[in-house]
Design a protein around this ligand. Structure first.
Ligand SMILES: Cc1cc2nc3c(=O)[nH]c(=O)nc-3n(C[C@H](O)[C@H](O)[C@H](O)COP(=O)(O)O)c2cc1C
Length: 327
């Protein structure tokens, strides 16, 4: 492959989503081929101890590379070759034909996570379409049937998240709650992306700074309560379910599926607001599995999805500023 083509497209490929916006992927350019790996400094060992979200993010990046290359007439394919020890997931290389995808680089560029209000959830046809996307890979997309129970589970998951100093410390290290943060325009989560007003962002910053001192005095409960109930902001919760017996390489494949699901939603005028803590916390993962009648280890990703009432803030990337304006 003319690897220089990918070098030019790389800033667009970085629009792929990743948990906490850590952008863990790394491209290693070799003669005629490019290895896709990751940097352990950009993983979340406390919040994502099994590496599930890391693998989903890497898969989402691979899918994004293929979509961007295809749209810009660069025939490219991905050869999966997962090596956890040496931290790579496979190779991008020249192909005879362009990758077949209904999505465009402009959609990659425009898609964003939306944590605000939704005026409506996905209709039956959209659910059918995203389910078909997952079924092509042996998975499925399920709508969570009981919103009240899910809201209670979310409260429990938030409490567990904020009770763990390692998880909170890690979250804090990826929050960019003031434009004065040196990495505000590079990575992590800004207050604007989280839908916080400047006052709320300052309050969260102060609370997290006080966390070590106030942890035993009930701050975790307060933080969980302050997180509120995003499910009250509209939409419906959908779950990406994998097949039984998935290994790590299969999870990377489902990161590709997740990207296709999100772009399908985007194309329908909808957006996703992931709620991964529901799968991260063992108790709520088990309860969610029981609710859907699915083994908990098959639950890959959960998000509230719906039609946003307004635009979401654009998240930062370490490389970018690529003024692509579509076909
Ligand atoms: C595997 C995965 C898990 C995620 N989990 C969460 C989550 O639990 N809560 C949340 O608000 N966003 C979550 N996100 C969204 C990321 O924070 C978001 O993709 C990132 O900040 C970049 O923003 P963008 O999607 O608008 O480009 C997740 C994204 C991925 C790929």
């Amino acid at each position: 492959m003319d690897v220089d083509a990918l070098r030019i497209l790389e800033p667009l490929c970085w629009r792929a989503p990743s948990a906490h916006n850590t952008q863990p992927w790394r491209l290693d350019y070799r003669p005629g081929t490019v290895r896709v790996g990751w940097d352990p400094a950009d993983t979340l060992p406390a919040a994502d101890p099994t590496g599930r979200d890391l693998r989903l993010s890497l898969g989402a990046f691979v899918e994004t590379c293929l979509i961007v290359a295809a749209d810009l007439a660069v025939p490219m394919e991905f050869v999966a070759d997962h090596c956890a020890q040496d931290r790579w997931v496979g190779w991008l290389r020249a192909a005879r034909r362009r990758y077949d995808s209904p999505f465009s680089a402009a959609q990659v560029q425009a898609r964003r996570t939306h944590r605000g209000r939704f005026s409506a959830g996905p209709d039956a046809q959209v659910i059918e379409t995203v389910d078909a996307v997952a079924r092509q890979a042996g998975g499925s997309v399920r709508v969570v049937p009981d919103a009240d129970l899910l809201a209670r589970l979310l409260r429990v998951a938030d409490q567990q998240l904020y009770a763990d100093p390692a998880v909170v410390g890690e979250l804090r290290s990826w929050l960019r709650l003031t434009p004065a943060h040196p990495d505000y325009r590079a990575d992590g989560l800004t207050g604007r992306c989280l839908g916080l007003s400047p006052v709320e962002a300052t309050g969260l910053r102060a609370a997290l700074a006080a966390y070590p001192a106030l942890r035993r005095l009930g701050l975790p409960r307060l933080l969980a309560a302050a997180a509120g109930n995003p499910l009250a902001l509209g939409g419906a919760a959908i779950v990406l379910v994998g097949p039984p017996g998935m290994d790590d390489a299969a999870q990377i494949g489902f990161g590709r599926v997740l990207m296709r699901v999100w772009l399908t939603l985007h194309a329908a005028g909808l957006a996703a607001h992931p709620l991964s803590q529901l799968i991260d916390a063992p108790a709520t993962r088990t309860a969610l599995g029981a609710l859907l009648d699915v083994a908990p280890q098959r639950l890959l990703h959960i998000a509230r999805v719906g039609r946003p009432t307004g635009p979401a803030a654009r998240s930062a990337r370490r490389i970018g500023g690529f003024g692509y304006s579509g076909r």
